[in-house]
Design a protein around this ligand. Sequence first.
Ligand SMILES: [Zn+2]
Length: 253
Amino acid sequence: MLIVALAVQARLHYLLGQVLATGTVVLLTYLITVRIARRNWSDAGWLAYAGGVVAALFMAFGTTFWDNAIEAEAERLLLSLMHVECDPRGRTPFIERYLHGGIYRRRPDVMAVAHGHTPSVVPFGLVGTPMVATYHNAAFLAAGVPVFDIRATFGMTDIVISSAERGAALAEALGDKAVLLLRAHGFVAVGPSLPAAVFRAIFTEISARVQLQAVTLGGSIAALELDEGRLADAINLATVGRSWEFWKRRVTP
Ligand SMILES: [Zn+2]
């Protein structure tokens, strides 16, 4: 009973924090807009309405990392002021959050990041053999799959992306690609939506398996070329919803 009460309390605090954070950001945006407008134009009454419209539009249509980051920071500040313990179990934050944060900072086109340590992918981060797009579902690999070797920048480490500096270096290695291999660690797959990132993570693993099987047959691998990958990836992104619904049904009771 106590656990249930604590869980309900945590969720109420979370919802309250979100409402207050959103309100705070709208208010700050309104005040800043009015201030800038009055400095540049006059003290006209319509500026107050204009400020309100800008603030409302900012929160209603702002979907970038920075919009969310501002709101999150306001929420964190408010929760701190309220002395709220959000997690009744006292868990520490996920250590590799810097991996995700580094990519979001560098890539405004990325809306979701999937990170995995799946066994078929790891070998490609260890040897010089490039990962290729073995079939159409893995078309996003045709643009190239760079490898991030943490030793190159940070020397001897615990391999984990556990600081903002490591996250930034990883994001730089990713560049504009969809997938990055992490030497002796795993990989990240990014996308313009959560379904796209999950799609790419799953088919990175499957394509790795196919490539390992193809190698055992001997001869060269006739993988997707760059233009084929670009064209096929556009189709995959347009139809990713079908796979997403299927995967959701598999994990939804
Ligand atoms: Zn990891």
